[in-house]
Design a protein around this ligand. Structure first.
Ligand code: FEO
Length: 168
């Protein structure tokens, strides 16, 4: 049985995952409009993944005797200077989610809620992977540099890095 405090905190995380999904959807649309098809696919896939993260928490709350709250979401920006700005925004967003997950883990410990602590370990590992993925992409963008076909190669690299992460 979830404490009211834990239930509220988990519902806040539902909102955060939902917001991340919307944010990635907006990024995917921006990439698609720029002709960056590989990057668009990467973010469309990621938007789905975030929805799955949200659903997992909703199911957990419901199974644990709590009540999930469908969050109201702010409209995400659809304006970016370039693909590097998109990836940096995604990386910053993941870092915030990681912090929120770690706060939830802390709360589960103070609440002596071992079931939720156990449930959250999946998210701890997932966030670690997400941050590694974004950093890998940032490194590749730096490596490719600013040559005449840089955008083409960056787009390919983002798609490929996303596919590799999914396969693992
Ligand atoms: Fe579900 Fe990427 O945070």
């Amino acid at each position: 049985m979830l404490s009211k405090k834990m239930e509220k905190a988990l519902n806040e995380q539902v909102g955060m995952e939902a917001a991340a999904s919307q944010k990635y959807l907006a990024m995917a649309i921006w990439c698609d409009a720029e002709g960056l098809e590989g990057s668009a696919q990467f973010f469309f896939d990621h938007a789905e993944e975030e929805r799955m993260h949200m659903m997992k928490i909703i199911n957990y709350i419901q199974e644990s005797g709590g009540l999930s709250v469908v969050p109201a979401l702010a409209k995400p920006t659809q304006k970016y200077a370039d693909i590097k700005a998109v990836i940096n925004a995604a990386y910053n967003s993941e870092k915030k989610v990681t912090k929120a997950i770690h706060n939830l883990v802390d709360l589960s410990l103070t609440e002596k809620d071992h079931a939720t602590y156990n449930f959250l370990q999946w998210y701890v590992a997932e966030q670690q992977e997400e941050e590694v993925l974004m950093r890998k992409i940032i490194d590749k963008i730096e490596l490719i540099g600013k040559g005449p076909q840089a955008l083409y190669y960056i787009d390919q690299a983002i798609f490929k890095t996303g596919q590799e992460a999914e396969a693992n």
